[in-house]
Design a protein around this ligand. Structure first.
Ligand code: NAD
Length: 252
């Protein structure tokens, strides 16, 4: 049994991870400011600190809880918002991550597991995407994810902090909200259930790689149980056309 801390543990992916960690018998502490996360998502056995991870008081949480492993999932997740307010995105995704990293080193965390994104590859047409492909981030959001990855690697070199960076494809599953921009599956389901026509951008022949949230959770747990540091894509390695996705959901 380990003491683990999950930033963003009341969010879509984080809350499923917290459920699994509790099931596995770990002691789980969550830091979440509930900006997009929900209390109703949160497992009753997890201890919540309602706090912004940019806050210097994060040190007090680490001091009191002394986690061995940190899953860093809290983030500003909207690409559109990252273009609208580049400084807010940088603060939420880079400066806040530095705060988390500093506390990890100060309080002897063994490993950080970071939720990054396949967005770091940009629009690379060479599929499947491989971890050794040269990143070409095309948005402030993607730049902030890649920058955090670089800081994590630096902290590993300088302070021996273990790490796993997980670059997720398009994650889907229960608790994903339909009001964001990321969850095309939940957005389509929401529109169909309301009897509304979903909007397909472009000709719908563009493809995406969709990965189920429980598989993302399994990747995080595998990372926790490994002593290796490194970067891994988390996806199904298959392409689904948006038109195909729409027809499948409509039939269902
Ligand atoms: P989400 O918005 O549901 O979860 C983010 C959580 O972090 C929320 O609970 C929110 O309240 C919290 N949070 C945000 N900013 C915070 C702050 N400054 N301080 C404290 N808490 C804060 O999003 P998600 O889809 O579950 O994403 C989780 C992680 O996975 C993010 O880092 C995201 O970039 C990454 N990711 C998600 C996808 C996807 O398809 N959903 C794809 C690639 C990467």
């Amino acid at each position: 049994m380990s003491k683990v801390l999950v930033t963003g543990g009341a969010g879509f992916i984080g809350s499923h991870l917290v459920d699994r960690l509790v099931e596995l018998g770990h002691q789980v502490v969550v830091v979440d400011n509930l900006s997009t996360g929900r209390l109703s998502n949160l497992n009753g056995f997890a201890k919540l600190y309602e706090m912004n991870i940019e806050d210097k008081k994060l040190a007090d949480v680490f001091d009191a809880e002394r986690p061995e492993i940190v899953f860093h999932m809290a983030a500003q997740i909207s690409v559109t918002a990252s273009f609208k307010d580049i400084i807010k995105d940088g603060n939420a995704n880079i400066i806040a991550s530095l705060n988390v990293l500093e506390q990890c080193v100060k309080f002897g965390v063994k490993k950080i597991i970071f939720s990054s994104s396949a967005a770091v590859y940009g629009d690379n047409p060479e599929l499947p995407l491989r971890e050794d492909h040269v990143p070409a981030p095309a948005s402030p959001y993607a730049i902030s994810k890649l920058t955090t990855e670089e800081y994590i690697k630096l902290f590993h070199k300088q302070h021996k902090l273990g790490y796993t960076i997980l670059r997720y494809a398009n994650v889907y599953g229960p608790r994903q909200t339909a009001d964001g921009e990321a969850g095309v599956i939940s957005i389509f389901i929401d529109r169909l259930l309301k009897g509304q026509q979903p909007t397909i951008t472009g000709d719908g022949n563009q493809t995406r790689d969709f990965v189920f949230v429980q598989d993302v959770v399994s990747a995080n747990v595998a990372a926790m149980n490994s002593d290796k540091s490194g970067i891994y894509n988390v996806s199904t390695n298959s392409q689904v056309k948006i038109n195909e996705l729409y027809s499948t959901l409509r039939q269902l």
